[in-house]
Design a protein around this ligand. Structure first.
Ligand SMILES: C[S@@+](CC[C@H](N)C(=O)[O-])C[C@H]1O[C@@H](n2cnc3c(N)ncnc32)[C@H](O)[C@@H]1O
Length: 404
C-alpha cells in the first residue's frame, strides 16, 4: 500500500477533531468522506478505516510514539507513522515522517505487548472493571476480539424478498455474500463494500444488522397477530425485524424517550414495507401506564455501556466513563421494573443489552426476579454472546414469562 498525501491530511484533520474536540468518530468520518468528490471507493475506505484504526489503537500508538493528549498536529502525524510502521507500510519521504525511529517503534510494540491494557488499548479503569466481572482469562480473549474490524452482516427483509433472491441480486452487482450458520435471515459480505447505495437497499430488501442483534427479536418468540411493545426501540433495528417475523400482522408499539429516533424508525419502516408499527414517545409515565397488562410480548433492548459493540464503535473506549455505567445500571433496573408491567399474564418479555458485563445483564435479571415487580415472572432462558466465541457483537438476552 502507498500513502497518499491528501488522504493522510484528511485523516489527520479527522483525528484531531475526534481526539481533541470530542466529536463522535462516525460523524467525523461521514464529514470527511464528503471532502473530495474525486475520491474513489478505495480512497474513501482508506480514510474511514485508517481513522477508525487509529481511534481503536489510540493508547498503544500514543505510548509507542511517546505523545500525550491533547495531541498537536505533529503528534497525530507520529501516530500515523506508528500505524504505518506496524502495518509494514513504507513511509514516504514527507517532512512529517522525517527521523521516524522504525526499529524503536517495533521494539516498543513488543515491550507493550506484555501489558494487556496497553496492548489492547483500553483505559485502566475499563481493563480493571471488566477483568473483575468477566475474569482475567475471558476478558483477555474478549478484548482482543473487540479490537477486530466487524464483518458487514445484512438482515434480509422477508417482508419484501428472500435470502436467495437478495443474494442473486447482490451477486449481479459483484457483491458476494454467504449464509451465516444459525442466523436464518443473515447474509455476510465476503468483502467490505458500501451497500447503502444499492437499489436493493433503497427498496428495503435488507438492513445492515450484526448477527448477535438479529438474535434478539427471534428470542422474543413472536407470532403474527400479537400485540408487541418494543420499549427502547431507538431507530428500530429490532422493531423492523419483529415486523418481519410477525409478517406485518398484529401490532407493534415502538417506544423511546427520543422522538428523533422514532422519526428515523418511521422512515426505515416505510422503506421496509413494515405497516404494523405505531410510534409513541415516552414523555411521561402515561404512555407506559396505558399499556399495563396489554402486551403479549415486551422487548426491553435497554440502554447500556455498549461494551459488547466496541468493534464498530471504538471511540466508546475513550468516551465511556465508569460513572456513566453506574448510572445506566440504575436506569436499567428502573426500566425493567416499570416496563415489564406492560406484559399481560402468560405473556413474555426479553431483556437485552449489547454489553458483556454481568452486572448489566444476568445480575439485573436476578435482581428483578427477586424484587416485588418481578415476583410474577419466571425465568425461561438466557443467551450470553461473547465476540471471541461468536465472531459477532457481545450481547445478552433473557426471556422471562409472566405467570397466568
Ligand atoms: C440499545 S438502544 C436501542 C437500539 C434499538 N432497539 C435497535 O435495535 O436499533 C437503547 C435505546 O433506549 C433508549 N432509552 C434510553 N433511556 C430510555 C428510557 N428510560 N425509556 C425508553 N427508552 C430509553 C435510547 O434512546 C436508545 O434508543
Amino acid at each position: 500500500m502507498r500513502l497518499h498525501r491528501n488522504l493522510c491530511f484528511a485523516t489527520v484533520d479527522g483525528l484531531l477533531q475526534i481526539f481533541n474536540e470530542g466529536t463522535y468518530a462516525d460523524k467525523v468520518v461521514q464529514q470527511l468522506l464528503k471532502r473530495d468528490k474525486r475520491w474513489g471507493s478505495r480512497d474513501r475506505a482508506f480514510v474511514a478505516e485508517t481513522t477508525y484504526d487509529i481511534v481503536r489503537w489510540k493508547r498503544l500508538y500514543a505510548e509507542i510514539a511517546e505523545v500525550k493528549e491533547p495531541f498537536s498536529r505533529d503528534d497525530v502525524w507520529r501516530l500515523i507513522a506508528v500505524w504505518a510502521t506496524l502495518k509494514g507500510i513504507k513511509l514516504p519521504d514527507w517532512k512529517y515522517f522525517e527521523n521516524t525511529p522504525t526499529r524503536k517503534i517495533k521494539g516498543r510494540f513488543d515491550e507493550f505487548s506484555k501489558i494487556r491494557k496497553i496492548k489492547e488499548s483500553v483505559p485502566d479503569w475499563m481493563d480493571e472493571l471488566v477483568a473483575k466481572e468477566l475474569g482475567e482469562n475471558l476478558w483477555s480473549k474478549e478484548v482482543a476480539a473487540l479490537n477486530l474490524q466487524a464483518d458487514v452482516v445484512l438482515r434480509v427483509n422477508t417482508l419484501k424478498t428472500t435470502k436467495e433472491k437478495l443474494q442473486a441480486e447482490l451477486f449481479d452487482l459483484d457483491i458476494e455474500t454467504e449464509e451465516v450458520k444459525n442466523h436464518p435471515d443473515a447474509l455476510r459480505l465476503k468483502e467490505r463494500t458500501n451497500v447503502f447505495t444499492t437499489d436493493a437497499f433503497k427498496k428495503g430488501f435488507f438492513e445492515v444488522q450484526d448477527g448477535s442483534s438479529q438474535k434478539v427479536a427471534e428470542f422474543l418468540d413472536v407470532q403474527p397477530g400479537m400485540k408487541v411493545v418494543d420499549t427502547c426501540a431507538g431507530a428500530g433495528g429490532k422493531t423492523l425485524h419483529l415486523a418481519a417475523l410477525m409478517e406485518n400482522k398484529g401490532q407493534i408499539v415502538a417506544m423511546d424517550i427520543y422522538e428523533n429516533k422514532l422519526k428515523e424508525l418511521k422512515r426505515r419502516a416505510k422503506r421496509a414495507g413494515a405497516h404494523n408499527i405505531e410510534m409513541r414517545v415516552i414523555d411521561s409515565t402515561k404512555p407506559i401506564k396505558k399499556l399495563y397488562d396489554k402486551a403479549d410480548r415486551v422487548l426491553i433492548d435497554a440502554p447500556c455501556s455498549g461494551l459488547g459493540v466496541l468493534r464498530r464503535n471504538p471511540d466508546a473506549k475513550w468516551k465511556l466513563q465508569p460513572e456513566f455505567i453506574d448510572k445506566i445500571k440504575e436506569t436499567q433496573a428502573q426500566i425493567l421494573s416499570s416496563y415489564s408491567r406492560m406484559v399481560k399474564p402468560g405473556g413474555k418479555i426479553v431483556y437485552a443489552t449489547c454489553s458483556i458485563l454481568p452486572s448489566e445483564n444476568q445480575d439485573q435479571v436476578k435482581h428483578f426476579l427477586t424484587s416485588e415487580a418481578g415476583k410474577d415472572f419466571t425465568f425461561v432462558k438466557e443467551k450470553k454472546i461473547l465476540s471471541h466465541e461468536s465472531g459477532f457483537d457481545g450481547f445478552y438476552m433473557a426471556l422471562l414469562e409472566k405467570k397466568k
